[in-house]
Design a protein around this ligand. Sequence first.
Ligand code: B1M
Length: 211
Amino acid sequence: MSNTHPLYQAVLTGDVRTAKAVTQEALAAGVPPQQLLDEQMVPAMDEVGRRFETHEYFVPELLLAARAMKGALEFIRPLLADSGAKSAGKVAIGTVKGDLHDIGKNLVLAMLEGGGFEIVDLGVDVPVEKFIAAVKEQGANIVAMSALLTTTMPSMKAAIAAFSEAGIRDKVKIMVGGAPVTQDFADEIGADGFSDNASGAVRLARTLVAN
Ligand code: B1M
């Protein structure tokens, strides 16, 4: 069944101006931001990925879709982060080395902020040394790693090993996620937790700090 919602179509076709305008209109009309994300924006990105796999889309179309997604997120992110809750812990979050995908990571970040966590945003293509420094120097008690490529998933395993080698594995909880990551993979590499979505990541982070 095709989705004709203008926000879905704007992300799918990489039309950043329409994506921004439709998002602003929908929010002004009282549509919950989470609903725009779950029902229009994320499904549109999934369709973009499907078209890329079937060679209907190429990298330029991925870039345009990502730009439209980010344009809409400019309006959605502050609302997700607006719960006013006090700090539940400090999370150092980043996309692992070799990986430049940051839309999912930024959504998880926004939801964690909304859930009352302090955030150290390490960005994309993050070497393990930066995750370790965030724990040692900035006092992060959770490390959250995102990966979107099967080729960068091994960086998560390497990062967890590096925390052990640095003698601080027991000082931090490590959570992982991203489209190709699974619970089995998380268990295999010795992560403390896995979530396949941004709201689940907040619930997980709360459980991790409580234990
Ligand atoms: Co890329 N890309 N990409 N891409 N891209 C994928 C991931 C791909 C699946 C497309 C496809 O083939 N169907 C494929 C990977 C295949 C694989 O590894 N098996 C792919 C490829 C191949 C590539 C390149 C290699 C293409 C090339 O150059 N030939 C290249 C790699 C660059 C690099 O990273 N070194 C590349 C580049 C890009 C762009 C830069 C053009 C752009 C990214 C722009 C950006 O992020 N700023 C891009 C995009 C947009 C995509 C797709 C279409 C969309 C990703 C996205 O934003 N999804 C993607 C296909 C797809 O996933 N459907 C694809 C929406 C986002 C909300 O979902 O990130 O999954 P996601 O996050 C979710 C959950 O996973 C979870 O919560 C989020 C919200 O629910 N989550 C966590 C994420 N992190 C979490 C962490 C947690 C917990 C939950 O705890 C720590």
